[in-house]
Design a protein around this ligand. Structure first.
Ligand code: AMP
Length: 461
């Protein structure tokens, strides 16, 4: 099997663009799935985030596309808006080689009006979440009559999130003659049922973990009850002193109460789960990525799409139901050759999960003693940055460079005291060193960017 993109039937324009993106050779999942997909086969690919799966199906759907026909020809369904946004970004990058390709995202949690307007203008490729896409179809705003490629990304998660019904209805409105591509990190039975009536003679490809789990130090601790669990969690946070950690919980309520509890104690943390409004989730993700929060307390579903790969600690407040989910969780640490730690709290009620994990990992799990009381003498590591929200964004033609320029204009603030800048449609977020937060607020509110003043505030929660 050759792993050069040029060994495939991709057009010269797409190939040239891949070179300009620095994609020198196919990743393993691409090498296995792309040739099949380009032959028009239905493909089931078991691959995780980070494997290059988005480019795999992105290239396949672009290959199928006729840009001159301004109709929806490809639909990518994703479980969350965060993932849909990432997929759309990747497809747009890959599509740079083809002029005038229109990629539209249609996700729940985003205002309806602009989506309706965009649909009236038309698109070649839709990336969205099932509920919202189905709603647009039902209200006759979106026709899939000319669809040729249907992609289900993270299909396991979509089923976990209860998207089965909208998925069925979307599939029913697609032409029967189409190519189906299904990507999933795990392959539970539910997927098999979906596959049976969705796909035609699918070929299945699988890539074993792309991540060397041996770089992760796994620790297990026994806890008897919920009180002991919270106490254990605190000890571990004092012990490991993470600057970037995720704590996984099984329920939304647990995420929220842990986050409230840890914030009260002075940890820079925030909860991330599906009961929060989309804009709050977006803000939390921005603050975690830009180092204004050190600890994120999340459910598995919400943690999908978190684009932070230098975590120093993952804590499983409850061990995951499924060994694959466990590996997926802990695989977020110890990336790119760095070492990471993963701590799992286990009670005797969870013994069956531990046994399954032992079988899966082919290793014995021996719980360790928790750190003793002296650990509480350690300091709580505070976030190094804070996030300022500016009430202006792309609609005001504000770009990251304007914000950087605005902040450094009177030379009281240096470039290296400014962190990540994220500009959205009507708001922008800039991380600044905590020590200069006041100065930064003053500089922005009193200064001008793009010839006008903007309101700015510090985000505290
Ligand atoms: P994904 O698994 O789709 O989330 O992709 C992980 C990352 O790998 C993305 O940032 C892609 O831009 C990048 N990527 C995908 N394919 C390749 C490739 N063949 N060579 C280098 N980078 C790639």
């Amino acid at each position: 099997m050759s792993n050069a993109f040029s060994s495939t039937q991709l057009s010269p324009a797409l190939l040239e663009n891949l070179t300009s993106l620095g994609y020198d050779k196919m990743t393993e999942i691409q090498a296995q799935s792309l040739p099949l997909m380009l032959q028009g086969k239905d493909v089931i690919a078991q691959a995780k985030t980070g494997s290059g799966k988005t480019a795999a199906f992105g290239l396949a759907l672009l290959h199928n596309l006729n840009v001159k026909r301004f109709r929806v020809q490809a639909l990518v369904l994703c479980p969350t808006r965060e993932l849909a946004d990432q997929v759309a970004v990747e497809i747009r990058k890959l599509a740079r080689a083809i002029h005038n390709i229109k990629v539209l995202t249609l996700c729940g949690g985003a205002p309806m009006g602009p989506q309706i307007g965009s649909l009236e203008h038309g698109a070649h490729i839709i990336v969205g979440t099932p509920g919202r896409v189905e709603e647009h179809i039902r209200k006759n705003r979106l026709s899939l009559a000319e669809l040729n490629t249907l992609v289900l990304d993270e299909a396991d998660r979509m089923l976990d999130m209860g998207f089965e019904e909208p998925l069925e209805r979307i599939v029913a409105s697609c032409p029967t003659d189409r190519q189906n591509l299904l990507f999933s990190a795990t392959y539970p039975q539910k997927i098999e049922q979906l596959v049976n009536h969705l796909m035609t003679a699918p070929v299945r490809v699988e890539v074993k973990s792309t991540h060397d789990h041996s770089a992760i130090n796994q620790h297990f601790y026994e806890v008897d009850n919920n009180g002991a669990r919270t106490d254990a969690l605190e000890r571990l946070l004092y012990q490991f002193q993470p600057t970037s950690a995720i704590i996984f919980c099984n329920t939304k309520a647990e995420c929220q109460s842990l986050s409230d509890n840890l914030s009260q104690q002075g940890f820079d943390c925030s909860a991330l789960h599906g009961d929060l409004e989309q804009k709050d989730r977006d803000r939390t993700l921005i603050r975690f990525a830009n180092k204004s929060i050190t600890i994120l307390i999340a459910t598995d579903v919400a943690a999908r799409g978190i684009d932070v790969d230098d975590l120093d600690l993952v804590i499983n407040y409850h061990i995951a139901h499924d060994p694959e989910v466990h590996l997926h969780r802990i695989g977020r640490t110890g990336r790119a050759g760095k070492s990471g730690a993963a701590c799992s709290l286990i009670s005797h009620k969870e013994a069956h999960k531990v046994i399954r994990l032992e079988e899966y990992l082919q290793q014995t799990i021996s719980p360790e003693p928790l750190p003793n009381d002296s650990v509480f003498n350690n300091k709580i590591v505070q976030a190094s940055m804070v996030t300022l929200q500016i009430d202006g964004g792309k609609k005001n033609k504000l770009r990251p460079g304007d914000i950087l320029g605005g902040l450094t204009s009177n030379s009281a603030i240096k470039g290296d005291q400014i962190g990540k800048i994220k500009v959205q449609a009507t708001a922008a977020f800039v991380a600044v060193d905590k020590a200069i937060a006041k100065q930064a607020l003053k500089t922005i509110s009193e200064g001008k960017m793009k010839g006008r003043t903007f309101r700015v505030r510090k985000i505290t929660r």
